[in-house]
Write a protein that binds this ligand. Structure first.
Ligand code: GLP
Length: 251
């Protein structure tokens, strides 16, 4: 695991955007795993800027998002489909047919989960999986006690997660109780994982994920098992790490 600590959240987002841009330039038909959440907004803004200023080309890229709420349509402003179109897909030259998110409206949710796994396989697997981290250590919506070998499935959201995401909904009651998420095993199958966490409110869970024991209670700790994982932090999110001085301090 490589840990890169940047002095500010802006620089941390720039590092992540640069790694994505380099991977895409090296392989234009890259299969990219994408994440939602406020942390990702600046990364997507930077990718849009690279598309506009440097011609970063998304035309051959294919994307798979980690998760989607059950019961929200793609047109719902609170859905992850909507988030991704607004923050990235509508602002770069990626054909919408190349973008994939689980269908939270599927009549057969179990079949949709199998279909999503098959689609990832049919596209050759995910080359670079971008990740955020929830306050309870979740990756995607893999809540505490998610098996490290879990695959795409329906997850019941914890109260902590629903509370964390509530500001993005009109009322707490409207936060869905379930989501479809790639499993921890699905995420670990990606060729490379790239996690971004910023802000002091993530410091404790980041320390648990990076330096704590492997535990399904903090699903991000599963990344310790991944052979090519890069974690990018700002100084605030890194502030609870024990081995702080040992990690890569970017200048
Ligand atoms: C949601 C997403 C996660 C994301 C998390 C962090 O729960 N399902 O994939 O990592 O939000 O969000 P934020 O960046 O807003 O802290």
């Amino acid at each position: 695991m490589e840990v890169i600590i940047q002095p500010s959240a802006d620089l941390a987002a720039q590092t992540v955007a640069e790694i994505i841009a380099q991977a895409l330039s090296a392989q234009p038909d890259l299969v990219l795993g994408l994440a939602t959440g406020c942390t990702m907004e600046s990364v997507y803004d930077l990718l849009v800027q690279k598309h506009q200023d440097q011609g970063l080309d998304f035309s051959q890229c294919r994307t798979f998002n980690l998760d989607e709420y059950v019961g929200l349509s793609p047109e719902d402003p609170c859905s992850y489909h909507y988030f991704m179109r607004r923050r990235l897909f509508d602002r770069v030259n990626i054909p919408l047919s190349h973008t994939h998110l689980p269908n939270g409206m599927a009549s057969d949710l179990a079949a949709e989960c199998v279909h999503y796994e098959d689609l990832i396989q049919a596209n050759g697997g995910i080359a670079l999986q971008v990740l955020g981290i929830g306050r309870n250590g979740h990756l995607g919506f893999n809540e505490p006690l998610s098996a490290f070998r879990s695959r795409t499935r329906v997850q019941t959201l914890s109260r902590v997660t629903r509370a964390q995401n509530a500001p993005l909904f009109p009322t707490f009651k409207q936060v869905p109780r379930q989501a479809i998420t790639m499993g921890v095993g699905t995420i670990l199958d990606a060729h490379r994982c790239l996690l971004l966490a910023t802000g002091v409110e993530k410091a404790e869970v980041v320390a648990k994920a990076i330096e704590g024991p492997l535990t399904a209670m903090v699903t991000a700790s599963a990344l310790q098992l991944h052979p090519h994982c890069t974690i990018v932090l700002d100084a605030a999110a890194a502030s609870r790490l024990q081995e702080h001085d040992h990690y890569h301090q970017a200048h």
